[in-house]
Design a protein around this ligand. Structure first.
Ligand SMILES: C[S@@+](CC[C@H](N)C(=O)[O-])C[C@H]1O[C@@H](n2cnc3c(N)ncnc32)[C@H](O)[C@@H]1O
Length: 270
């Protein structure tokens, strides 16, 4: 059997027809031309077994990023596996907003719930004068985030903490993309997210608002006088999260911002 026949047959039941190509090329570091040349060759039994195994994993909805072991975020590469959420394009918009609104003055930054380290590492990479701390309640996530910091050549401080319980300092910018999905909202989620991504990264009590509430309660004592907060939110949570922060920061401007699809996606406190 030729490679092209095997790929066609094994891709027939996949939602995304190019996923097998993406995964094989990544695992074997093949460029497009080498892949196209491969298509004309005979596939060995061993290769067919491997390709079949990959297609079965995709049919079971395993995210391609977990299969290849990395994801791209803000033009950087991050190792990902089932310890951490796969960083999303919406979160790139949060990073973009922070960088657009803040120059390279030496600032102290805290990323709460860093996961793969995507936000903290992207900020540290773009702003060499910033001193960035990244926290997570999950030690497993922090271990992977530390590997990602090393791989991307940035120096960050990592700390295991339930929100800010273990932190004593004040920050110029507090950023977070916390877990914000309500436990009864699984009907809206993709099967691959529910099955493979960590619950700890997805769900929060109090209709998904519990971690925002804890951040608001604690940020009062951890923000510098003119410090700012930037948060990612679920698209239906704008008004609720705005109210939580406005109650704690009565003299500040708490704004809701939309993503490129026009959905409420970010909150800033300035
Ligand atoms: C939605 S993920 C975000 C990961 C990463 N910042 C990103 O944007 O891709 C939320 C992260 O918050 C962490 N987390 C959950 N509860 C937490 C808590 N109480 N305190 C600190 N981190 C928490 C999870 O382990 C997870 O890594």
């Amino acid at each position: 059997m030729l490679w092209i026949e095997a790929v066609r047959t094994l891709s027939a039941d996949l939602e995304e027809p190019f996923e097998l190509e993406f995964i094989w090329r990544n695992l074997h570091e093949l460029n497009k031309l080498s892949w196209l040349n491969l298509m004309r060759e005979k596939i060995t039994d061993q290769e067919l077994n491997l390709l079949t195994e990959l297609s079965e994993r995709l049919i079971k909805n395993e995210p391609p990023q977990y299969i290849v072991g990395w994801a791209e975020f803000y033009e950087l590469k991050f190792k990902v596996d089932e310890r951490v959420l796969i960083p999303r394009p919406e979160t790139e918009e949060l990073v973009e907003m922070i960088l657009t609104e803040n120059n390279n003055d030496s600032l102290k930054i805290l990323d709460i719930g860093t996961g793969s380290g995507a936000i903290a590492i992207s900020l540290a990479k773009a702003r060499q004068n910033w001193s960035v701390k990244a926290s997570d309640i999950s030690q497993n996530a922090l271990e992977l985030a530390a590997e990602n910091a090393k791989m991307n050549h940035v120096n960050l401080e990592f700390i295991q903490s339930d929100v800010m319980d273990e932190l004593t300092d004040r920050f110029d910018i507090i950023v977070s993309n916390p877990p914000y999905i309500a436990f009864d909202e699984t009907y809206e989620m993709d099967d691959s997210v529910i099955k493979y991504e960590p619950d700890l990264a997805l769900f929060a009590k109090n209709q998904g608002l519990a971690i925002y509430q804890k951040i608001a309660d604690q940020a009062v004592n951890h923000l510098t006088d003119d410090g700012k907060i930037y948060l990612e939110i679920g698209y239906k949570q704008g008004k609720a999260v705005q109210a939580i922060f406005q109650e704690k920061f009565t003299d500040r401007l708490v704004s809701i911002h939309q993503d490129i699809f026009g959905k409420d996606r970010m909150i800033s406190v300035k």
